[in-house]
Each structure stands twice: as structure tokens, then as C-alpha cells.
Design a protein around this ligand. Sequence first.
Ligand code: ARG
Length: 498
Amino acid sequence: MYRSRHKEDLDKRTLNFLSSINVDDKILYYDILCTKVHVIMLYKIHILDKDEVMRLVRELDTVLRYPERISREGFEDIHEALETHLIKKIGINVGGKVQTGRSRNDQVITDIRVKARDDIIDVIVHLISLIKLLLEKSEDHLDSVMPLYTHLQQAQIGNFAHYLLSYSEVLMREIDRLFSLFERLNQSPLGAGPIGGSLLPLDRNMTAKLLGFDNIMSNSIDATSSRDFMIEFVSNMSSIMITLSRISEDLIIWSSQEFGFIEINDRHASTSSAMPQKRNPDPLEIIRSKTAIVIGNLTTILTILKSLPSGYSRDLQDTKIPFWNSVELVVSSLDIINDVIQHLIVKKDVMMKASMESYAISLDIAELLVSRYKVPFRTAHKLMGALVNLSVSNNDETPFSSLSSSDIKDILLKVKANITVDKLIKTIREIDSKNSIRIRNSEGSPNPKEQTRIIRRRKLLLKRYSNDVQRKKESIDMIIENITNTINGIVAHSNSKS
Ligand code: ARG
């Protein structure tokens, strides 16, 4: 339809190669919405009359209701398909005016930004639901004692609540990041034209306001050809996926027979065609691989953008695919991990046994020696290292259980620790994995009291986030309502005049 100077049609194979029609259905709804707003503005600047507005809007509404009615055959994108449809249905004299003062370059990026707002809200709603679950689950697991790992080696004793809450912290920050991204991307490119604006008296502020943008983008080159918000968005999506992937990795490891800390519910466990005993954590493995895809999407977008000249180039079209795909993968992964965690079987007794057999209480004992007997920390560290070695070589079932007074005396002499055998034995016997998290009470530690305090605070913050996102949703609903009312106002005015 756009080929005003060409003597030949676009070669069919070339058309299929460059067309984005296959992915553009995701923005048809937004294209209709933004077109309605553009039509309202064209009416206000006297390019369209009331009757023309009515006919255009009526047909746009029909397409909204029956999207299958517009042909997608032979078009470069949904914008061309829609305009062609309007011209076919209501004639060139009316349909042919819809693209006045607008180029596909400002049009497509307006659609993408308006959709991206909805996408942000969707992701935030899913994040809130996962964090809510993590907070609730952590309340059930304040007493689920488990070893904490660094380098995947037993490090200190913690509890499952503290573990779950660690991820609620990261995910809260993701929400914060998304809210701030919302502000940056909620700027209107509409009216920027192909690259350099228009001589028509377009009212960019009016369309921006009707579409709920906070402002207009102040440079028409930037408006049509920048996609930095996509980099930011997909980088946020990658960050979320990395968190989900790390949770998945933990759960996969802990569900192995060697750990046995948790069991994935049957509803999430796949099996083997050959080995009937298998209960494989496939959905979590797929979250790990989807993470790679989202990170790859970020790389795709960065690479498309990196050497583009200023102004629109068709390459930009191909940023839409990795962009929307990332949002879809994040939303479905959040749904899946939510369900997996909700139905997770936590083996408290296995975790407890692993903790009771663990030397992860060594630092607690060393710190007690420091605080009680003024032993220099380095000496306490050496002392505990020697005791661990001896206990391990004795094959003790629980840490230090076999150590005799004479063993301990020898070690004390060797490390030159200024403390009596009795005091040392008393201190060692005082701490076990069960009470170690209660003795440790620094802020942010797994002490159940500390975790209870954090849960309370996080619930309040989460409530604030839910209210904020609810408000954003409502304001978007109002935008749609306001657009309809404005059109109805124009049409009613027209009727009263006729
Ligand atoms: N389908 C294109 C896209 O998604 C729309 C803009 C095309 N503009 C152009 N001048 N060819 O980016």
C-alpha cells in the first residue's frame, strides 16, 4: 500500500522475510487504542470531522471485537494491515486520512511503550504473589534448622525461613527497579513522525495525556529510534530469571537423594522412560534454561542496537521478539516456581539430622570463646580447626562427641590458648545446631526472632507495593475509559448538531 513510487510489488519471499506481521498481533490492541487517540487529536486540529471520527472509530472497534477480520496476507506489519483494512472498509477519503501526521516509526514505539506498561504491571503482580508466598512459607519454617552453604560446603547453621526470605529480599528490589523503569518508559513518542516531526499543528501533549504518558519525548530522533528502555527492561527480566534459576538450582540439589532436604511434589516431577524410580525436577531445570534464553534475548537486543545509525532502521523491528519473549518467559517462570514452592515437601528431620552432624557450629563456639574468655579470635580459630580435625578422624557421629580431656589438653598446649580444659569442654557442649541460631542474634541472622521482625516489616512493604500497583492498574483502566468518553463526546456533539 505504501509503494507510491515503486513500479513493482515487493517480491513475495522478500516480503515474508522482512514482515513482522507474525508477532504484531501482540500490539494490535495497543495499535487500535493509540490510533483512536491519534484520531481524536486529528479531530481537534480540524483534519478530521465528526463524521469521519465516528466512521474510523466504529471500524476500529469492529476490528477490536473481531481481530480475525483484518487480512494479514501480504503486509509488512500490523500497521499497514490495519490502515489498508480501514481504507477498504470506509474508503480512501476517510480511511486514507488516519495516518496523517503519523509515521509507523513513532506509531510502533508508542504501541510498544503502552504495552510495556501493562507488562511491567503483570510482572510486578506475579512478583508480589511469589514474595507473599515466600513470606508465608518462611513463617512455617522458623524452626526448620538446616546447614547454610558457602562454596557448597557446610558453613553455618541457619533455617529454611532465613533461606526463603533471602530471595524475597532480591525480588523486592526487582519490584522497586520495575517501578522506577515505569517512570522512564512512560514518555510519549507519538507525534515525532518518521524522524523529524511534522508541519501540521499536531498536539503531542494532548495525545500523551490521553494515553496516560507522564510527558512527551522531547527529541523526535530519540523518540523514534531509541530502545534503551528495552535494554533496561530485559536486563531486569534477566535479573529476575537469574534469581529464579538460583532458587531452582538449590531445590534441584536439595531434592537429590544425597541431600534429601526437600521433595518436589509429584505434580511437578517428571520421570524417565526407562528408570521407573525417577522423580526428576524438570520444571526447575527448564527455569534454568529459560534463564539462558532471557539473557540471550538481552544480548540480542544489545547487539541489534550497538551499531545502528541514528534514526529508525528496520533492524529495530527485530527487538520486539526478544523483548516480548522475555516478559512471557518471566511471567510463566514466576507462575511455575510459585506452584513448585507452594507444594514443596520440606523434610525438616533430614535437615535437622544434617545440621546435628555438621561442624557448621565451629564459628559459634569460637565466638563464644572470644566473648567469654577473651581468647583472640585467631587462636580460637586454630583451636577449633584442630578439634574438628580430631573429631573427624575419630569418626564422631556428632561433632566433638568423642574428645577426651587429654586430647583437648594436648591441643590447647599446641595452639597456646589461654583457657582451661574444663571451660573449653563446657563451651563446646553448650552449643549444638538446634540452639546455635538462637544464640546468634546479629541483625539479618537466621535467629527466629530476627526473622519474625523482618517478616513483619516485609509484609508492610509488600502491602505498599500492592497498593501502588493496584493504583497503576486503575489509572490505566481510567485512561481507556477516558478515551471512550472523549470519543463519545465528539460523536454526541456531532449528533446534536445534525
Ligand atoms: N514493523 C515495523 C517495526 O516493528 C514498523 C515500523 C516500520 N517503519 C519503517 N519505516 N519501515 O518496527
